[in-house]
Design a protein around this ligand. Structure first.
Ligand code: EPU
Length: 341
């Protein structure tokens, strides 16, 4: 067995969350293998300590210090595990960088994840909130995952049905801290066609004069769009979309559409209508506006950014103010997307 990395006492979590919020952990432990996790779960102190599982820290809002052990998942590895006429099944360790994994699959000639290029975070975090972008959700390419029940140390395989994926949602997000994802498998289609319905993607490819894009070209287009619209967390602290796009009933949509004919809206299969929270927030006058050290990003109103020195309380304050204004103006409640700790 490989030696376990030493835990760090009173660790600074500021560099470990992409919003750059100040927080400390009683103890920080890097998890580099499933064996190490199993040994840890068998130790007597295990059941007593509060735990927080951390991947890339790109979807977390720290409100203060964490008085327990933070498990930083660094389990690596990428490999082809199966192949049939329909698909390649590819597995990655939970600690792998999501974007590097996506680009690696494309370099191997396995398409399917290109629309999800440049999403920050780790492979293990991808299924927690069923990441999605540019017309694709991770769930559509998901095969299965391995996760450990933290209270008992029992590991098991989760199928897509077990994960109960929803829009930016899964059984893991609904039960925070209960399980730790160690590896994820994806089913990448051999009969592939580019997914270019999303307006931004179609426009980008057209501007480049590409009519029949390869998966790599779709990935490059997505990267270009994201770089233009979304702040790079390495330069400006943020957690991606801060609010989920709300789904309203047909009557609410009809009322709003009559008053705002240009409002974007997407009909859902269940009859509900998804609205663009970014549009609602922009119309409510928040785009580009700050409240204290947190701002509503000038190029995409759905993203809140750390202008420098922000705390979790500052994030909560602007989020509550935006929610209240959107509710007052449109009668629609918007909900945060990141997990609050
Ligand atoms: N819009 C505005 N003003 C804004 C932002 C958006 O009017 O400031 C309008 C746009 O013009 C468009 C509509 O809202 O008509 C949708 O905008 P966009 O295509 O930028 O996508 P989004 O709904 O704002 C979602 C995801 C993003 C993902 C993009 C692209 C959520 C919460 N967000 O944003 O995901 O990258 O679609 O698919 O679903 C994330 O989850 O962290 C994330 C970045």
């Amino acid at each position: 067995m490989t030696a376990s990395p030493l835990p760090v006492a009173d660790a600074d979590l500021t560099p470990l969350n992409t919003f750059g919020l100040p927080a400390r952990a009683h103890r920080l432990l890097a998890l580099t293998s499933v064996d190490q996790l199993a040994a840890l779960a068998a130790s007597p102190e295990w059941t007593l300590m509060p735990r927080l599982v951390l991947g890339g820290g790109s979807n977390l809002i720290f409100s203060g210090d964490f008085g327990g052990t933070v498990l930083k998942v660094e389990i690596g590895g990428r490999r082809l595990v199966a192949e049939d006429d329909e698909a390649w099944v590819v597995e990655a360790g939970a600690g792998e960088s999501w974007h590097e994994f996506v680009r690696w699959t494309l370099a191997q000639g396995w398409p399917g994840l290109e629309n999800l290029s440049l999403i920050p975070g780790t492979v293990g975090a991808a299924p927690i909130q069923n990441i999605g972008a540019y017309g694709l959700e991770m769930a559509e390419r998901f095969e299965s995952l391995d996760a450990m029940e933290l209270a008992t140390g029992v590991a098991r395989v989760f199928t897509a049905a077990d994960c109960a994926f929803g829009y930016r949602d899964s059984v893991f997000k609904r039960n925070p801290g209960r399980r730790l994802v160690t590896a994820v498998r994806f089913r990448l289609p051999k009969h592939w066609a580019p997914l270019t319905r999303y307006a931004d993607v179609a426009r980008e490819l057209e501007a480049q004069g590409i009519a029949q894009p390869t998966a790599l070209q779709v990935s490059d287009a997505v990267i270009a769009i994201r770089r233009r619209k979304l702040p790079d967390p390495a330069l400006i602290g943020n957690a991606g979309s801060f609010f989920k796009n709300p789904v309203v009933d047909a009557a609410t949509h009809a009322r709003l559409a009559a008053a705002h004919p240009s409002m974007p809206a997407y009909l859902q299969t269940d009859g509900g209508v998804k609205l663009a929270a970014g549009w609602l927030i922009e119309q409510a006058g928040w785009k580009g506006r700050d409240l204290g050290p947190v701002g509503c990003y000038e190029r995409q109103a759905l993203v809140l950014v750390n202008r420098g020195g922000a705390s979790g309380a500052d994030v909560r304050r602007i989020a509550a103010a935006i929610q209240a204004d959107v509710l007052a103006r449109f009668g629609v409640q918007i909900e945060p997307e990141p997990v609050f700790v």
